[in-house]
Design a protein around this ligand. Structure first.
Ligand code: DP6
Length: 328
């Protein structure tokens, strides 16, 4: 049976950075995100007894060895859970340009979890799907759900309580996120390696972990009260704190370029002028402007005029992972 599923990407308002267990991909801190419509991955999976090895095709092309191995290792977890022994063909496509430096492991592993588990005959609950997606990539645990989502750090060694859960539906609060792309290059240090390096070397790592519960509590309240200022202030705080941990690692990780910094200053200037806008930045140079509907146009125009900004992608809140088709 060939099963197709679709999942959206997400952006963390309170960041995930650091692992308490790298093998099971258990985070050192909880995180809170918004799932974004319009940045999605669609993936089909079919297990086939005639295949000699797993095959992974992304946007119509066979993927490089490293990526294929990551997918294959993930399929091994599903084979273990289901008892299916066959190899699989995995066909994936992103609806955003892969070259835009936005390639997202979150939408990819969320879609793959749903499609592959169903193709293997498993019917997992949303919480179990989130636990499974986490094994592929931490942020993917959050993309199983739509709207506002919290991924709990969890306490158990087996990771069964380190799953995401919905905080509020996408229609609860109309938040917009503008993504200003400043570089299409692949980042030098991926999130996984960056987190490991921070844990080993950053003197700020312990403070980051210890201060996390306050950020999570504050953000949960801000969202439920629809307090945009509080939400934005905490999002900037979490983002800058995460980058401080990365910068103070050894060797320090500088994920930003000049345009990123200019963009952050511009967003703060727009705010001083009375516009409701805050920023967040992940482990890369793209700027994410968090806006309300009434500020989208002004912020978009200002970012578009900034030297070094290549394109703006406008997004709103979106749904969680969904099944699209099952074919015998
Ligand atoms: C900076 O989920 O890509 O975007 O679990 O190692 O695959 P792995 O990491 P990943 O890390 C995302 C880090 C971040 C912050 C966030 O999304 O919370």
């Amino acid at each position: 049976m060939k099963v197709t599923a679709k999942a959206n990407s997400n952006i963390a308002l309170i960041k995930y950075w650091g692992k308490r267990d790298a093998r099971l991909n258990l985070p050192a801190v909880g995180s809170i995100s918004v799932t974004l419509a319009g940045l999605s991955t669609t993936t089909s999976v079919a297990f086939d007894e005639n295949l000699k090895g797993d095959r992974f095709i992304l946007n119509g092309q066979a993927e490089a060895k490293e990526e294929s191995q990551r997918v294959s290792r993930f399929l091994d977890i599903i084979r273990q859970m289901s008892g299916v022994r066959q190899q699989a063909i995995v066909e994936s496509s992103n609806n955003f340009p892969t070259a835009a430096g936005l390639a997202s492991s979150a939408s990819a592993f969320a879609a793959l979890s749903l499609a592959a588990s169903r193709a293997a005959g498993l019917e997992l609950s949303a919480a179990k799907l989130s636990e499974l997606a986490r094994r592929g990539s931490g942020s993917a645990a959050r993309s199983i759900f739509g709207g506002f989502v919290e991924w709990r750090r969890g306490e158990k060694d087996d990771g069964s309580d380190s799953v995401a859960e919905p905080l509020a539906e996408k229609d609860f609060w109309d938040i917009r996120v503008l993504i200003a792309v400043t570089s299409a290059q692949k980042k030098k240090t991926g999130s996984t390696d960056g987190m490991i390096l921070s844990k080993l070397t950053s003197p700020y790592y312990t403070a980051w972990v210890e201060s996390s519960p306050d950020d999570l509590n504050g953000m949960r309240h801000a969202i439920l009260k629809k307090d945009f200022q509080k939400m934005g202030e905490l999002a900037e705080f979490s983002c800058l704190k995460m980058h401080a941990v990365a910068l103070a690692s050894n060797p320090g990780m500088i994920y930003w370029n000049g345009a990123t910094i200019e963009g952050l200053q511009l967003i703060r200037e727009l705010r001083r002028q009375g516009n409701a806008v805050y920023f967040t930045v992940d482990a890369g140079p793209q700027i994410k402007a968090i806006c309300l509907p009434e500020t989208v146009q002004k912020v978009s125009a200002a970012l578009e005029n900034l030297a070094g900004v290549q394109r703006i992608i406008g997004t709103r809140l979106g749904d969680g992972a969904q099944l699209i088709g099952e074919q015998i």
